[in-house]
Design a protein around this ligand. Structure first.
Ligand code: SAT
Ligand code: MN
Length: 591
């Protein structure tokens, strides 16, 4: 018996499924699991999948979750390092032995009456030196099918693991969906994630946030690389030259829209490599190289339309080899198509809401859940980069940090040197969204968009970023962006979506030394003459407001940043304090 077989047997002895089934990742198998998910398997008393209209949405299926299970649950997510300080103020912590004891009790017999699916998958291209062989166990076909879309799932991974015991492990069960018995536990030293009580993406697709960010960020700290919550894309200019950039934004702030943006400027084109996760390594050439460990998009449905993200709409209608899943969207009963708020066209007259109840539009209730999602293969994306399957990845010339700030932050700011760049990333903040179960619209600091995903003490993470910079002979330039600034009436000042290419153009113009910039206390901003506004109807006042650095607002911001750092005590690197003190001095604040 191999270590893998032994591990699977031990988990089956604990969870007691009726059957253990090893997935091979084939198309035929996916069809079979979906069939049984529609006809036999039940979750929370109902079918796992409903077939949608295959004439308009080929190979698409609807999944309705348990009503309490609609988003990531950060308060039930724990990082179990041997000591609390290693986990840091950014994580919930539990002693590993105590966590395992708790999970053993909750997991005893939790798969009774169900099938345990064994999912062998790679994060990253199998030929990439950066990829990882992983196994997830789960007791619901929705997770098995989602993982087949999101990762490279093949039976070859079993051979790749062979006699080794150090494969990445995930044990997942939906349990009984009781939120009081829901936990997502990470054991970074063992490369092990144990999740019970939720079938939701970030809680249940364990290759994604749990492994590829929380555990991988810890492995990256040990091995000298970075696991980041970032889009990866190529920006082609009118001369045909492609500049690769990454962009970190918190969940549900438009990363998927950005990753496949349709340019409003003639001659520019975006090539998509990833919309959520980037693994970044320092190459032998001293540049930063990025791979996307995933192969799918798990994006927010509401607001997605031909206007906001035409390439995603095209992707969703291309499901042939891979199914496309819709989770907690509404259903147009007459056409059997998925529907959500913000989709093109009129709201349907005859619709079921995300829970399957007849929707009454006049009630004011949303038909689709605000965090309803689609799961679709990158191979269906019309803008997929020809470099997507390059095992080496792509060289990164710019890193962008973003957040949703209705006030304070300019449309785009460039950092001044690596230390200042790390400070710029570390001070990011964003208003909360429906992607996690907490109050929406509250400003919180979210450094590098990694607050919920950094698998160790965030202060050490800033130190790791500083160290990586020392190894970069050709470091990328670093920028912050904010598409979300509003006027005094609460209206967005910037049109966003395809028009964001104008900001990206300035960024690649800076990278290629084509334009200068203006220094402010918080970094470099564009000279307006270098910022392309042709064809855009925007008032001079709006534009000035978009680039405004208000000293009063920033003094308050600096105080807030300081409060955030203080939560990490003495571990915040001195370089970061130096940067904060320098910002305060520039703003005329006492130290
Ligand atoms: O639910 S996920 O964590 O996978 C997506 C997100 O919130 O970023
Ligand atoms: Mn994300």
């Amino acid at each position: 018996m191999t270590p893998l077989e032994r591990w699977v047997e031990e988990q089956a002895a604990l969870t007691k499924p009726d059957k253990v089934y090893w997935c091979d990742g084939s198309e035929e198998e996916a069809h079979r699991l979906i069939e049984s998910g529609m006809k036999e398997e039940r979750v929370a008393g109902r079918p796992v999948f409903y077939e949608l209209n295959h004439a308009t949405f080929p190979n698409s299926y609807l999944h309705r979750s348990h009503p309490t299970d609609v988003a990531r649950t950060e308060h039930l997510t724990f990082v179990c390092h041997p000591d609390r300080e290693t986990a840091g103020a950014n994580n919930n912590w539990m002693d590993p032995e105590e966590a395992k004891e708790k999970m053993r009790k909750l997991s005893d017999g939790c798969m009774r009456g169900r099938t345990m699916y064994v999912l062998p998958y790679m994060m990253g291209h199998p030929d990439s030196p950066y990829s990882k062989a992983c196994i997830q166990l789960t007791d619901v076909s929705y997770v098995a099918i989602s993982m087949r879309i999101m990762t490279r799932m093949t039976k070859d991974v079993v051979g790749k693991i062979g006699q080794r015991g150090d494969f990445v492990k995930g044990l997942h069960s939906i349990g009984d969906f009781d939120p009081n018995k829901r936990f997502i536990m990470h054991f970074p030293d063992e490369h092990f994630v144990w999740s019970i009580g939720s079938g939701y993406g970030g809680n249940a697709l364990l290759g994604k946030k749990c492994f590829a960010l929380r555990i991988a960020s810890w492995i990256g700290l040990k091995e000298g690389w970075l696991a980041e919550h970032m889009v990866i894309m190529g920006i082609q200019d009118p001369a045909g030259h492609v500049t690769y950039v990454t962009a970190a934004l918190p969940s549900a702030c438009g990363k998927t829209n950005l990753a496949m943006l349709e340019s409003a400027l003639p001659g520019y084109k975006i090539w998509t490599i990833g919309d959520d996760i980037a693994w970044l390594n320092v190459g032998l050439d001293g540049r930063l190289w990025a791979i996307n460990p995933e192969t799918g998009f798990f994006g927010v449905a509401p607001g997605t339309s031909m206007k906001t993200n035409p390439n995603m709409m095209r992707t969703l209608k291309k499901g042939i080899f891979y199914p496309t899943l819709f989770t907690n969207t509404a259903l147009n009963i007459d056409t059997n198509e998925p529907w959500w708020e913000g989709m093109d066209g009129q709201a349907p007259d005859n619709a079921a809401d995300w829970q399957g109840n007849k929707w009454d539009a006049s009630s004011g209730a949303k038909a689709a859940h605000p965090n309803s999602r689609f799961t679709a293969s990158v191979y269906q994306c019309p803008t997929l980069s020809p470099e997507f399957d390059n095992p080496k990845g792509v060289p990164i010339s710019a890193v962008i940090f973003g957040g949703k700030r209705t006030h304070v932050k300019p449309l785009v700011v460039e950092g001044m040197n690596w230390q200042n760049n790390v400070f710029l990333g570390s001070r990011m903040g964003s208003e909360t969204t429906a992607a996690a179960t907490h109050q929406e619209g509250v400003m919180r600091r979210d450094p590098m968009a990694m607050l919920p995903f950094c698998g160790y003490n965030m202060a050490d993470y800033f130190g790791h970023w500083l160290k990586i910079g020392k190894r970069l002979i050709h470091p990328p330039r670093v920028f912050s962006v904010n598409w979300f600034r509003t006027d005094e009436k609460g209206r967005y000042l910037w049109p966003g979506f395809g028009e964001n290419i104008r900001v990206l153009k300035w960024i690649i113009d800076r990278v290629n030394s084509r334009v200068g910039a203006k220094e402010t206390p918080i970094g470099l901003v564009p000279h307006l003459k270098d910022f392309s506004l042709d064809g855009l109807n925007i008032s001079k006042e709006s534009l000035e407001k978009l680039f405004d650095v208000d000293a009063d607002e920033w003094r308050k911001e600096a105080g807030d940043i300081e409060e955030f750092y203080k939560k990490f005590g003495a571990r915040i690197p001195k370089e970061i304090w130096t940067e904060l003190h320098s910002l305060k001095a520039k703003l005329g604040m006492s130290q």
